[in-house]
Design a protein around this ligand. Structure first.
Ligand code: CA
Length: 233
């Protein structure tokens, strides 16, 4: 896998550890964005297209756990938590907050490399939802991935299977802009014989079902010249 352009956010308040991780990742061809606290990490996250986040559990401002939750609300970027705490419980809690893996201090660079490879591999294949249920605009729209349904103001919306897959795919990758081709590949699969126009007509139908004003959508947004993204909050 080529990773020349991949950006890794490393959040660590201990300068020595930060430096070791940073130079190691740079030697592997990653671009490293180093943050020594949570607020700097969040501002990097807003501005940059991050492929992986490595978060220390104990930070001076917000905890790595809070940071993990905050990042997960915005993105499904792979997250590795770094912890000095040895208690299993805190590690498991880290994982249930949406982290993909954890690593215990002290760790070897070989171990770190193995974890990174594993989460990067998984993240490119994993299409499971961030959460089984997601609610947007204070209950206006509800996604229930477990039962494969959407609700608009509490009422179940009738979506075709393809409409469901497209909407679910957009939601599962918050803020990712999909080209029509990518949407076909990701939502409908390789063997789907369709044209870009088909996506547009599905989008039109989805908007009529979930938006207050389908001409001025809040959820399924058009990114001019590229495709679509989910904009629900
Ligand atoms: Ca720390």
């Amino acid at each position: 896998m080529k990773q020349e352009h991949k950006k890794v956010l490393v959040v660590e308040d201990e300068p020595k550890i930060l430096e070791v991780i940073k130079s190691f990742l740079e030697s592997k061809g990653y671009v490293v964005l180093a943050a020594e606290n949570g607020s700097k990490a969040l501002s990097f996250f807003e501005k940059e297209n991050i492929s992986l986040a490595i978060l220390d559990l104990m930070l001076p401002d917000i905890s790595g756990e809070e940071l993990c939750v905050a990042l997960r609300k915005k993105s499904r970027v792979p997250i590795i938590m770094v912890t000095a705490k040895v208690e299993e419980e805190s590690m498991l809690r880290g994982l249930s907050l949406g982290a993909d893996d954890y690593i215990k201090k002290p760790f070897s660079l070989k171990e770190l490399a193995a974890r990174i490879d594993a989460v990067m591999r998984r993240s490119s294949a994993d299409l499971s939802p961030l959460y089984t249920k997601m609610i947007f605009r204070e209950g206006d729209l509800e996604a229930d991935f477990q039962n494969h349904i959407f609700k608009k103001r509490g009422r179940e919306i009738s979506l075709t299977p393809n409409e469901y897959r497209i909407l679910a795919t957009l939601i599962k990758f918050p803020n990712k802009v999909f080209t029509r081709e990518e949407l076909i590949m990701t939502a409908l699969g390789d063997d789907f014989e369709g044209y870009d126009r088909v996506v547009d007509s599905h989008i039109k139908n989805i908007r009529q079902k979930i938006e207050d004003d389908s001409k001025n959508p809040d959820y399924v947004l058009t990114v001019r010249g590229i495709g679509y993204k989910f904009g629900g909050r």
